[in-house]
Design a protein around this ligand. Structure first.
Ligand SMILES: [Zn+2]
Ligand SMILES: [Zn+2]
Length: 526
């Protein structure tokens, strides 16, 4: 298994140093109350006048290079993604930056932000200020969330400090574009220095998420190259930033057979591992929710990929709790949890488990639907997460929340309530060693369960209705399908298992980039 937190080094788990809240010198004076709950940024006019024009350009540049994509999917998921106008996107980024500006201890980024602050100050004051939490110093866990890097990779740092995270995920570049621009060296330096300043052991607690476009199982030469280049570029970026782990979706066999797809993924990994530019970054395969043509929905798929990887020390696995549950692995009781982990060990090997995506599921067990829910509100329930965080084998592995945080404020406006993540982090930390028979646990479990009732019923109903619907034409389909199903190596690979049929493979291809965990609350897509 991956490196644990050494007893004597809790450094990445130490609380944010005091300078996080200290006034920043350039351009902006950030002030905050001692509990960190109220923040206010004041612009020092004289220092910004000269830089306004230049920094506006820089901001635009940053958006083009990195920020757009790094405006994370979690953010993008809440609106019809593709339909969003660029203008709206820019506005969103500005808001994002503005929210985090006050917590930012990075001087060099401040100049850029002053420009945006001027623009968005008025807007911001209307929005609720998320409750902030300090990083927990003495926790056995490394828990965080997928944070935004809008404006540059360095912005991950204030964003993770903002929610009290001891681990984090981010995109390395625009996750919905094929461009592979060079990383801004200035941003890279700020990121590296920021990690040092805040004692963030980036090698152990950072788990970037790969692009949604990349399918390393694509057999077509051109598509293969495009996917590989994007993937390799991400790894090079990780290497430059001292990031050790890189999480990605294995791919899908929409254009090939499962067996060939698995071979292709491994080939791509072997090639990337042989490239000195990727350093020793570990490529971490994410467990997926859906079967069908998706590769990675079973432990066997993951094991098959690993079996073809030459450098075994360059490959790992990230277990996504929502995905495995939707794929049929039950984590809810201590017994079933133990069984799943035993199976993981038997099929894949626990030494490959390097990270976790910690999400509840809006859809029931073996529903093959990838719909993330807030912790304790879904079909997994709080007990599953108690099992998880009390498994000492997982202590020290990065655990990343990808739970939906979209909320609506008093005036009916959508916003991202980062305080949800801040609270979930603290709650999961508290679950370590908590007695499940205690009133405190039962109360918490009950409250969260009730919160999720509406969504569970809604999605559960959909799943049930679909089952009924799918059951009817099945007999007809079976007959029809026999002819082209028997050859396992057929071009249009059939689902290996009897997963509930997706609407159509074509639709799946279309929405492949959207069919991600981070987008999952958008269930009408499916
Ligand atoms: Zn995930
Ligand atoms: Zn994912």
């Amino acid at each position: 298994m991956a490196k644990r937190i050494a007893e004597d080094s809790g450094s990445s788990l130490s609380p944010a140093p005091e300078d996080l809240l200290a006034p920043v010198e350039t351009g902006v004076t950030a002030t905050a109350t001692t509990n960190g709950k109220k923040r206010k940024a004041e612009t020092t006019v004289k220092t910004t006048v000269k830089t306004t024009v230049k920094t506006t350009k820089r901001t635009k540049q940053a958006s083009a290079d990195e920020a757009q994509g790094e405006e994370e999917a979690i953010e993008a998921a809440e609106t019809p993604r593709k339909k969003r106008a660029t203008a709206e996107k820019v506005k969103h980024e500005e808001d994002e930056d503005d929210k985090d500006g006050g917590a930012n201890g990075q001087t060099a980024t401040i100049v850029e932000k002053t420009v945006k602050k001027k623009v968005t100050r008025a807007k911001k004051s209307k929005e609720p200020v998320p409750a902030l939490e300090e990083r927990t110093a003495d926790t056995k866990l490394r828990i965080g969330a997928h944070v935004s890097v809008a404006g540059g990779v360095h912005n991950a740092i204030p964003n993770l400090l903002h929610i009290g995270a001891n681990a984090f995920a981010m995109f390395m570049k625009n996750q919905r574009k094929w461009d592979n621009p060079d990383m801004d060296p200035e941003h890279a330096t700020l990121f590296i220095n920021g990690c040092k300043d805040h004692k963030i052991e980036v090698g152990d607690c950072c788990l970037p998420h790969g692009s949604y476009l990349v399918n390393l199982a694509h057999p077509d030469a051109e598509r293969k190259k495009q996917a590989y280049d994007c993937f390799q570029n991400d790894l090079v970026r990780c290497n430059k930033l001292g990031i050790r782990l890189y999480n990605f979706h294995p791919g899908n066999a929409n254009a090939t057979t499962r067996e060939e797809g698995i071979t292709l993924i491994a080939e791509n990994l072997n090639r990337a591992h042989a490239d000195p530019e990727t350093g020793s970054v570990i490529t971490v395969l994410e467990t997926m929710a859906s079967l069908g043509n998706t590769i990675g929905g079973t432990f066997e798929d993951i094991a098959a990929i690993i079996s073809h990887v030459e450098k075994k020390d360059r490959v790992g696995v990230c277990l996504d709790t929502c995905h495995v549950f939707a794929a049929g692995y039950d984590l809810r009781t201590p017994e079933t949890y133990a069984e799943v982990m035993e199976e993981f060990d038997k099929v894949i090997g626990l030494k490959y488990l390097m990270a976790l995506h910690v999400n509840d599921s809006k859809a029931p067990l073996a529903s093959y639907r990838d719909l993330h829910a807030r912790i304790g509100t879904g079909y997994l329930g709080l007990r599953a997460f108690h099992n998880l965080v009390n498994d000492e084998r997982l202590h020290g592995l990065p655990m990343v929340l990808e739970t939906p945080i979209d909320s609506i404020n008093a005036s009916g406006k959508k916003f991202e309530d980062k305080s949800i993540w801040a609270r979930e982090i603290k709650m999961l930390e508290r679950l370590v060693g908590m007695d499940v028979e205690s009133e405190a646990f039962k109360e918490l479990e009950r409250t969260l369960y009730e919160q999720g009732e509406g969504e569970r019923e809604r999605i559960g109903g959909q799943v049930e209705r679909k089952k009924v619907k799918d059951a009817k034409p099945k007999a007809v389909r079976k007959k029809k399908g026999k002819d082209d199903e028997d050859v396992d190596g057929e071009k249009d690979a059939k689902p290996r298992k009897a997963a509930p049929k997706r609407k159509a493979v074509a639709k799946k291809v279309e929405s492949e980039e959207e069919d991600d965990d981070d987008d999952d609350d958008d269930d009408d897509e499916e």
